[in-house]
Design a protein around this ligand. Structure first.
Ligand code: PGA
Length: 255
């Protein structure tokens, strides 16, 4: 295991929170708190907040991401947003296949793959989410499912494009529930994702891919989680809405 080969990334996922003015205020508050980070700092924000967020983050070490991307370049897809639109708006990262998209918006492993390809083909960095439900875990399918979801998401992604992929292991039962995976469970889940990458691209390549943990990561538990060899930072929901908490997580990943 070669943790030093990978850059830790702490990414906030605001979900459907914050108006543009609130986005600006929160980023202004965060900027001085995270400026010395020794990890990548990303905020994935609602589409409508992107211009305000990009403007507020200018000149800082905070990068802006979106929370979804459509796989077609343009066309009759009411309500969707393309890679070119995101690029022109100044977005660098995009969350793909979040469990809330899978659960509430009929996202499948196929559409996750198409959205991932759209992102990397446009030169965006994709934060690809995978994770098992509690039922799947209890049935003993965690490893099988994580490997399957990871490989499906990466279908037709080249070795070169893999440099722009971050995998986020997010056990569904830990998202927004306050129930965090133990550090060992997170390490194991991240390890299954990395093993799937190794099976598809080789061990050397797999060692260079950033694999985050997500699911109720907060100011209190972040240090223990990110210390694990397979945990290269986190995808943070609730705790990314508070500047102080988010900055503590960034500091934990900078050690
Ligand atoms: P949470 O969300 O930190 O609020 O559990 C994580 C996520 O959904 O990415």
């Amino acid at each position: 295991m070669k943790k030093e080969l990978r850059r830790a990334v702490i990414a906030g996922n605001w979900k459907m929170n914050n108006t543009p003015s609130q986005a600006k205020a929160l980023i202004e508050e965060m900027k001085p708190l995270v400026k010395d980070a020794d990890c990548d700092v990303v905020l994935c924000v609602p589409f409508i907040d992107i211009p305000a967020a990009v403007e507020a983050a200018k000149g800082s070490n905070i990068k802006i991401g979106a929370e979804n991307i459509h796989f077609k370049a343009s066309g009759a897809y009411t309500g969707e947003i393309s890679a070119d639109m995101l690029k022109e708006a100044g977005v660098e990262y995009v969350v793909v296949g979040h469990s809330e998209r899978r659960q509430y918006f009929a996202e499948t492993d196929q559409t996750v793959n198409l959205r991932t390809l759209a992102a990397v083909n446009a030169g965006l960095k994709a934060i690809v989410c995978v994770g098992e439900t509690l039922e799947q875990r209890e049935l003993g399918y965690t490893e099988t499912l994580l490997k399957y979801q990871t490989k499906m998401a990466l279908t037709n992604v080249t070795k070169e494009q893999l440099k722009n992929i971050i995998i986020a292991y997010e056990p569904v039962w830990a998202i927004g529930t306050g129930v965090t995976a133990t550090a060992d469970q997170a390490d194991e889940g991240n390890g299954f994702c990395r093993a799937a990458i190794a099976e598809a691209y080789g061990e050397d390549v797999a060692q260079t891919v950033t694999v985050q943990y997500g699911g109720s990561m907060n100011a209190k538990n972040a240090e223990e989680l990110v210390a694990k060899v397979n945990v290269d930072g986190g995808l943070i929901g609730g705790a990314s809405l508070k500047a102080e908490d988010f900055s503590i997580i960034v500091k934990a990943a900078s050690k």
